[in-house]
Ligand binder design. Structure first.
Ligand SMILES: [Zn+2]
Length: 445
């Protein structure tokens, strides 16, 4: 608590879900926020502070903001462009050609802001992104005041952002330098996948990540086809190849992981590799099922991501928690697998751990950043409620999130965004749609 007992904000909340294992669930609490951090959490009436602003949330749960640990924000402009197709056909015949034609700085900026508006309005305060022009996404995130990890892409082949693996790396490392001390933005390596990046650049990523302490995020074992092709072409499953290249370690965030042997699960646990589970994208592309109950039992840190809106098709982490919990029960044939509390951990503190920022965010604890959301529970969709955690995972729509703070700044107040001009971004999204649809229907013009 500051010495003069004055703080920026005090929030009086009916319930507080801290995700701190020492005192996970509290009632009738006051949260003091000062200089972007949580200064105190105490029973209502026991805090003797002067606050510049006092907020009353008498029918709400205040909880950590959700962490969307994998996505491609700007692809929100391709939402619904090509649906109901298998992964490689979707990528090769639809997404990659559309990206080649449309992705530039304006597309990336406007798509990212559309995604951030959707994410804030559905309770996400921190996201991980892997897309072209991460320099543009960084500026957009700073203006929207959103916390993020930007995993700059690395590929063997040219795209609109860079011509070869060395240029991707050079541009990405420059970006890392530019944002070295930014309070909200972390830069990470984003080698796209084992089948699009060869050994030489992957070795460089392994060496640089040790040297710079930067995280690495990669799509890995997304489909059975990916693993079969790798075995045919290299004689190895991709996980074994990455292990030989020195990439399996606590800095690696492996996304998807639908094809895993028991030995591979043990290897992930032993090396401290994080798994980012994207259940709705895996379901939509029929990619397979990530065995998260087995991973959690083995001690692997599992976080959650939506993936891009072109393969989900939303960025709603409440929906993702629900799908993860339900799917895990079906896959393991065990209704006790991934209980509501575990699903909430995956969407909060586990996400922070995977991104290497759990000292800063992911739970409500004194000294951590004030990254919080308020969820209104006095609604027909949430009543009656016996167990708040179950209610949040199994019944509460994301539209019940009323308020959001990131680093202490209120980015949504009673459903109104304070850092993004929603009307402007919706107008731009409609303009992009008109252009993209016209080109899609008349490809030779
Ligand atoms: Zn992805």
């Amino acid at each position: 608590m500051p010495e003069n007992n004055t703080v920026a904000t005090v929030i009086h909340a009916r319930w507080v879900l801290t995700m701190d294992p020492n005192q996970p669930f509290l009632e009738n609490q006051s949260i003091a926020v000062d200089k972007g951090r949580i200064a105190a959490i105490a029973p209502r009436g026991t805090l003797s502070v002067q606050a510049a602003e006092t907020i009353e949330l008498s029918d709400h749960v205040v909880m950590p903001g959700l962490i969307n640990a994998h996505g491609h924000a700007s692809m929100t402009l391709f939402r619904g462009l090509a649906d109901d197709l298998p992964l490689m056909e979707w990528l090769q015949n639809h997404i990659w050609p559309a990206e080649g034609r449309w992705v530039d700085e304006a597309f990336t900026q406007e798509g990212a802001l559309l995604a951030m508006a959707e994410m804030i309005r559905s309770g996400t305060t921190c996201f991980s992104d892997m897309y072209f022009y991460p320099n543009v996404v960084a500026k957009a995130a700073a203006s929207a005041h959103m916390r993020c990890q930007l995993s700059f892409p690395i590929l063997d082949f040219p795209t609109n952002w860079a011509q070869n693996a060395d240029e991707y790396l050079r541009k990405g490392l420059q970006l890392h330098d530019d944002y070295r001390n930014h309070p909200l933005i972390n830069i990470a390596f984003g080698p796209h996948a084992p089948y699009t990046v060869s050994d030489a650049p992957l070795k460089k990523v392994a060496a640089y990540s040790v040297e710079t302490n930067m995280a690495v995020q990669i799509h890995l074992h997304e489909t059975a086809f990916e693993v079969e092709e790798a075995v045919k072409n290299t004689g190895q499953r991709p996980i074994a190849r990455l292990n030989e290249l020195g990439l399996l370690n606590p800095q690696l965030q492996a996304v998807h992981m639908t094809q895993l042997t028991d030995e591979e699960i043990t290897l992930l646990a032993e090396t401290g590799t994080h798994v980012i589970h994207c259940p709705e994208s895996n379901l939509k592309l029929a990619s397979g099922f990530c065995p998260i109950a087995k991973l959690v039992d083995a001690g692997v840190n599992v976080a959650l991501g939506t993936d891009g809106a072109a393969s989900n098709n939303d960025l709603d982490m409440f929906g993702e928690m629900r799908t993860a919990a339900l799917l895990a029960k079906g896959v393991s044939q065990n209704p006790s697998a991934i209980p509501a509390q575990t699903a909430l951990q995956m969407a909060t503190i586990n996400g922070a751990r995977a991104l290497g920022i759990d000292e800063l965010t992911g739970s409500l604890e004194v000294g951590k950043a004030a990254d919080m959301i308020a969820v209104h529970m006095d609604d027909v969709t949430c009543q009656p409620h016996y167990h708040v955690e179950s209610q949040l995972v199994y019944a509460t729509p994301a539209s019940q999130v009323t308020d959001s703070w990131i680093g202490g700044k209120q980015v949504m107040r009673n459903r109104q965004l304070t850092t993004i001009d929603l009307e402007d971004i919706l107008t731009k999204a409609k303009l992009w749609k008109a252009q993209i649809q016209m080109a899609d229907e008349h490809p030779n013009e």
